[in-house]
Design a protein around this ligand. Structure first.
Ligand code: NAD
Ligand code: IPM
Ligand code: MN
Length: 362
């Protein structure tokens, strides 16, 4: 059977609580669909930093490079400054492995009530977030610390190469879906970088006449996410705009505990990294109540990426079965189930989804 090497980084807070449940679900999918996941777990986290003085060892990236995919929970703890934990682990992985696409599908699952009541299950959109440059640049820093002139500067860096590749990727996804693409912009003369973004979007659009492109200012688009999300399909956005839209989008489909995400290296030169949209949620850590849906769904994206789309779809269908056919849900969704109880229900639902070609004796 096919063997996939998976590097696992549970991280901090609820990252450590949702990763094992998700691994259990993926393990079961692997058994049912007849492939093997070989996990190697790395303890790199804020706790690791406190002990060793760095978030990962010097050869950390080399070790991860050996894997077929990276499965990450979340990183961040109040005892360590976020810029230390993020620039020490998460961002170097995204950058070193040229994971320039951050895919964030948003779909209202059966059984989930959107806070936007009128939607009736219609939200199904894909945020394609630029993941390598833009507002998340390394250019800048803090000046005059401790004086009345204290200043912080960060230059946005948008390159033609960076914009072209994310646009092409987004146009391709739009072509496979409904042929509609929305570009998030802010080009009304205020933000210098966005006219270049729009120009390149237009250039690629003229090569792709089958795709309908609308450009919306990010502020107006945020309102459309709430007012008429059912009219949106693929949304391409810069690093920061995409970050904000993905939490907003998650909120309209049930909450950020549900939203999956994939940091993809489309050329497959390097491993891609799969981590949910949410963070380490220090406010609910160690209580065993975190919603594992985001992590499990993220795992389904990983299975798809590894060449097992049917297994991935079955995992998402199992999540939907639990939500639609029972009232088992975690606190964030108004229920009282623990992370473990919800996961058990998902495992039961998945068990009934046998691939047609396998003859199971039991
Ligand atoms: P967060 O996503 O951790 O939490 C925001 C809110 O959503 C909290 O109230 C939290 O309880 C809730 N929430 C999040 N996930 C949930 C889940 N699965 N089930 C139930 N409730 C859930 O965002 P934050 O508070 O802005 O950040 C906390 C820490 O996480 C920071 O250190 C931040 O840097 C880090 N962070 C890491 C990642 C990552 O590693 N990929 C992503 C985002 C934030
Ligand atoms: C996310 C997170 C990260 C981001 C942070 C933790 C750097 O919010 O994955 O959405 O902004 O990319
Ligand atoms: Mn985010």
């Amino acid at each position: 059977t096919t063997l996939h090497q998976i590097a696992v980084i549970p991280g901090d807070g609820i990252g450590r609580e949702v990763i094992e449940p998700a691994m259990e679900v993926l393990e079961q999918a692997a058994r049912q669909w007849d492939f093997t996941l070989a996990w190697t777990t790395y303890p790199w986290s804020c706790a690791y930093y406190t002990e060793h003085g760095h978030m990962m060892p010097g050869d950390g990236l080399d070790r991860l490079a050996e894997s077929d995919a990276i499965f990450l929970g979340a990183v961040g703890d109040p005892s360590v400054a976020d810029d230390v934990s993020l620039w020490g682990l998460l961002i170097p992985i995204r950058r070193a492995f040229d994971q320039y696409v951050n895919l964030r599908p948003l779909r209202l699952l059966r059984g989930i009530d959107s806070p936007l009541e009128s939607l009736g299950g219609a939200v199904d959109l894909l945020v394609v977030r630029e993941n390598s440059e833009g507002e998340y640049s390394e250019a800048g820093g803090r000046l005059f610390a401790g004086t009345s002139m204290e200043t912080a500067i960060q230059e946005s860096v948008f390159t033609r190469r960076g914009i072209e590749r994310i646009m092409r990727y987004a146009f391709d996804r739009a072509e496979e879906r409904t042929g509609r693409l929305v570009s998030a912009t802010k080009s009304n003369g205020i933000i210098h970088t966005m006219p270049l973004w729009d120009q390149i979007c237009g250039e690629i659009g003229s090569e792709r006449p089958r795709i309908t492109v609308d450009s919306y200012h990010i502020d107006a688009l945020a309102a459309y996410f709430v007012q008429r999300p059912e009219t949106l399909d693929v949304v391409v956005a810069s690093n920061l705009f995409g970050d904000i839209l993905s939490d907003l989008g998650a909120a309209i489909v049930g909450g950020i505990g549900l939203a999956p995400s994939a940091n993809v290296n489309p050329d497959r030169t390097y491993p891609s990294m799969f981590e949910p949209v949410h963070g380490s949620a220090p406010d609910i850590a160690n209580l065993g109540v975190a919603n594992p849906i985001g992590q499990i769904w993220t795992g389904a994206l990983m299975l798809e990426h590894l060449g097992h789309p049917e297994a991935g779809a079955a995992v998402v269908a199992a999540l939907e079965d639990v939500l639609a056919d029972s009232d088992i849900r975690t606190q964030d969704l108004g229920g009282s189930a623990s992370t473990a109880e919800f996961t058990r229900a998902v495992l039961d639902a998945l068990r009934s989804k046998r691939p047609a070609f396998v003859n199971h004796a039991d």
